[in-house]
Design a protein around this ligand. Structure first.
Ligand code: ADP
Ligand code: MG
Length: 378
């Protein structure tokens, strides 16, 4: 059944329109966003759809096909940060940051797996924001929507995320990644044509979620701030490898390793862009491998499941593989030859079973368009 049919059954009227916004994968540039570094995400072809109808009163009715919790109801005047059941906050937060003061009915349905590091949260926020902007003809640009959806997640949901996920979900273009400079937030489209070159990007969701996620993340951020403080810099973006090495013996060894990851990872993003531009996919794959090693050994945010997925992929013919996202679980990516996809997936599955890990899930990541309108009732 289509989302419009589901909507009609649930709310008794057809939706005014239906929007779509994708999840994303970050090719390279991990744990550098909060160091004002460079990231290279692309929008994937899995989307979250939002069907929406404006009401004549102030009632807000929201529902998700992923949750069997019926309809959540509130009033536009009652929307205040950090209220409502957890999942509703991503939607209420967008209504709040866009300043919506009238009633709406919203049904969302998503193909983006939750909590796998593919940013189902941004896909949800951006599909709702895009739908509201169209239905109410607010005239907000995509860049405006990036800022407003990030504000929803930061200030309403209470998650201190950077700007990457919303940027790529709204500004992504098929066949391209976006090189995003997290210092000045300037986005630059970079062609990514794996498929034309007989390659595919395999996403391996390890389904592992280790308890370290929140504490580990906060600790890494604080360590990066300590090092930039020691060098009297605003962020590690301005630290060169030479300057870090020159002071290496005076620095605490953990702090040194953390900074080394950030400095080398930013260099790797620049090299990755050159590799993609010159279609040097072997070189690009090596950068993915180096990124994983750095995240595992210097930044220490990997885990046995991620290391297992990456190692098996590398040993089975992948051009490169690495963990993606915050770490301590979540997903890995592997750049593989078209014909090897099934084989590598089954070898990873077997390796996981042997190690008694939860069964992994696999997705095929194709660089796709950002948020869009897919249906409108006249
Ligand atoms: P990620 O963005 O990596 O998938 P997050 O923890 O940031 O993980 O966001 C996941 C949360 O977003 C879910 O726990 C849920 O609250 C909310 N969410 C995402 N997609 C949906 C959906 N389709 N329906 C309801 N809630 C959703
Ligand atoms: Mg998220």
């Amino acid at each position: 059944m289509s989302i419009s049919e589901d909507f009609s059954l649930l709310f008794n009227y057809s939706p005014d329109l239906v929007s779509a916004a994708p999840g994303r994968v970050n090719l390279i540039g991990e744990h550098v966003d909060y160091n004002q570094g460079l990231v290279l995400p692309f929008a994937i072809d899995s989307v979250t759809n939002c069907a929406l109808r404006l009401r004549d009163d102030a009632k807000i009715l929201i529902s998700s096909k992923q949750l069997n919790s019926g309809i959540y109801e509130t009033k536009s005047s009652d929307i205040v940060p950090k209220t409502g059941p957890d999942w509703t906050r991503y939607i209420l937060g967008v209504l709040w940051s866009l300043g919506i003061d009238r009633g709406v009915e919203i049904l969302v349905d998503s193909e983006v797996p939750q909590g796998a590091g593919l940013s189902s949260s941004a896909a949800l926020e951006c599909s709702v924001a895009f739908a509201l902007n169209e239905a109410l003809q607010l005239g907000l640009s995509r860049i405006d929507l990036v800022r407003l959806t990030q504000r929803a997640e930061n200030d309403f949901v209470g998650v201190p995320c950077g700007i990457m996920d919303q940027t790529i979900s709204l500004l992504g273009e098929a066949g391209h990644a976006i090189l995003l400079d997290c210092r000045d937030l300037s986005p630059q489209l970079i062609p990514v044509n794996f498929e034309d070159n007989g390659l595919r990007l395999l996403i391996i969701d390890t389904q592992a979620h280790h308890a370290l996620v929140d504490g580990g993340y906060a600790e890494r951020r604080a360590q990066c701030e300590s090092v930039s403080g020691i060098f009297s810099l605003d962020s590690l973006r301005d630290l060169s490898r030479e300057r870090l090495a020159a002071k290496g013996s005076e620095l605490d060894s953990k702090l040194y390793s953390r900074a080394l990851h950030v400095v080398t990872e930013i260099e790797r993003v620049k090299s990755a862009v050159s590799s993609l531009q010159s279609k040097d996919f072997v070189g690009f794959g090596e950068l993915l491998n180096d990124s994983h090693k750095s995240l595992r050994d210097d930044y220490e945010v990997s885990c046995p499941e991620l290391d297992c997925a990456v190692k098996i992929s590398q040993e089975s013919g992948a051009l490169g593989a690495r963990m993606v996202g915050g770490g301590f679980g979540g997903s890995a990516i592997a750049l593989v030859k078209d014909g090897d996809m099934g084989l590598i997936a089954s070898l990873v599955e077997r390796g996981f079973a042997k190690a008694c890990f939860k069964s992994p899930r696999f997705f095929d990541a194709v660089p796709s368009d950002g948020a869009r309108l897919i249906d409108r009732r006249n």
